[in-house]
Design a protein around this ligand. Structure first.
Ligand code: CAA
Length: 391
């Protein structure tokens, strides 16, 4: 295991023994339960069902939910430390965990009614049920305000019609938070977030996407045809759906930044180890300066990404504004993940290009971190807006 600043006793100054023990538990779990079979799950696009059940038993699926609703009552720092360790080994299991924790449980606990928390949050926090966050549509990805899915107000229920795309946990979830337009004339202020249950009449899980990376995660389109969703399933006030999605995504982006960090550090650790073992021109390749330059750059970029991720998490835990910092952490960590994994493949040479050595998978997995929960381009828009607000 490579030594990082995180392992030094003086850094980061705000980490507690509890944080370190959560990190160690996640690290141990990932090595023991996720590593065996990760190549097979990636190759055959197998959802890590058994592994997710074990993650749920260990409390990884509802880490930040209060114990009152069967969660772990942990802070965001603990969550990102665990997310990094899980992602180092299996980024597919990590995204399932990330969506459940930060996009579904967090939003339900923060904005849900007591009845919604009792009914939906509890099983989600225990990891008995999985949640999905349904914002993206065939024609509304980055431009999330232009939702075409409609939720027509019918009195005591909404009539939901439309299609959602690229939904993580699309088939494995049973509780879906669906954004839909009720008053198109009001733009984003006409959008509601509705809790849709698997099995509601008119709700069909569509095709599974065959993906470049995170192939163990199940990504589906979802179709809604005249689905009757009770009014009691709306989260927040009428028209709060877009704000709900944005506020939730702010925290989600810290989770994806931690996932990117994990992918990068996993690839770096493999490259470091390999460079000490592999010999060329009569010496281990780590003694060649060009390889040393790569390792030095990798280690530096990873530590910088880690500081941004922990900083954003710390701000969130302190109840301070963290929109800009979350976007910065996601932007930077995902670019680092793409760069580090590509260099890790290069350090491995021909071996890096074959599945057995893991780095090619990490390189494919890295790419999505620059796309989902807001592309790198959207993160830059968010950062620029936040900076300009401060003028
Ligand atoms: N936090 C809180 N509020 C925000 C916000 C943020 N980060 N960004 C925008 N808002 C608010 C604005 O303040 C505004 O509210 P008011 O009208 O009350 O002032 C409202 O939302 C609309 O914002 P804008 O006028 O700025 O809208 P826009 O259309 O110009 O831009 C956007 C909005 C920031 C680009 C937004 O559409 C966006 O974030 N797009 C990316 C969507 C995204 O991240 N999708 C990911 C899909 S989910 C996913 O990937 C999950 C998965 O399965 C892994």
């Amino acid at each position: 295991m490579a030594t990082t600043l995180l392992d030094t006793p003086y850094f980061p100054y705000f980490l507690t023994e509890e944080h370190i023990s959560v990190r160690n538990a996640a690290r141990e779990f990932a090595q023991r339960e996720l590593l065996p079979g990760v190549i097979e799950r990636d190759t055959y696009e197998k959802f890590p069902e058994e592994q997710i059940k074990k993650m749920a038993e260990l409390g990884f699926m509802g880490m930040m939910v209060s114990p009152q609703y069967d969660g772990g009552g942990m802070d965001t720092i603990s969550y990102v430390l665990a997310m990094e360790e899980i992602s180092k080994i299996d980024a597919s299991a990590a995204v399932c965990m990330s969506v459940n924790n930060s996009l579904v449980c967090w939003g339900l606990e923060k904005y849900g009614t007591e009845e919604q928390k009792q009914k939906y949050l509890r099983p989600l926090a225990r990891g008995e049920k999985l949640g999905a966050f349904c914002l993206s549509e065939p024609e509304a990805g980055s431009d999330a305000t232009s939702q075409k899915t409609t939720a027509v107000d019918m009195g005591d229920y909404y009539l939901l019609n439309g299609t959602k795309n690229w939904i993580t946990n699309g088939n494995s979830a049973s509780i879906y938070l669906v954004m839909a337009q009720t008053h198109p004339e009001l733009g984003h202020k006409g959008i509601n977030c509705l809790i849709v249950e698997r099995g509601m009449e008119g709700f069909v899980v569509g095709k599974k996407e065959e993906k470049m990376g995170i192939r163990g995660s199940d990504t589906h389109s979802l179709m809604f045809t005249d689905v009757k969703v009770p009014k009691a399933n709306r989260i927040g006030e009428e028209g709060f759906g877009f704000k709900f999605a944005m506020n939730t995504l702010n925290g989600g982006r810290i989770g994806i930044a931690a996932q990117a960090l994990g992918i990068a550090s996993g690839a770096y650790e493999l490259a470091l180890k390999y460079s000490k073992e592999r010999k060329s021109f009569g010496k281990p390749i780590c003694e060649h300066q060009l390889i040393q330059a790569k390792l030095a750059q990798m280690a530096t970029k990873i530590e910088a990404a880690r500081l941004l991720v922990l900083h954003a998490a710390k701000l969130k835990d302190a109840g301070q504004d963290f929109i800009k910092e979350a976007a910065m952490a996601k932007l930077f960590a995902s670019e680092v993940a793409m760069w580090v994994t590509t260099e890790a493949v290069q350090v491995h040479g021909g071996y890096g290009y074959v599945k057995e050595f893991h780095v090619e998978r990490l390189m494919r997995d890295a790419k999505i971190t620059q796309i989902y929960e807001g592309t790198s381009e959207i993160q830059q828009i968010i950062i620029a807006r936040e900076i300009l607000k401060q003028l």
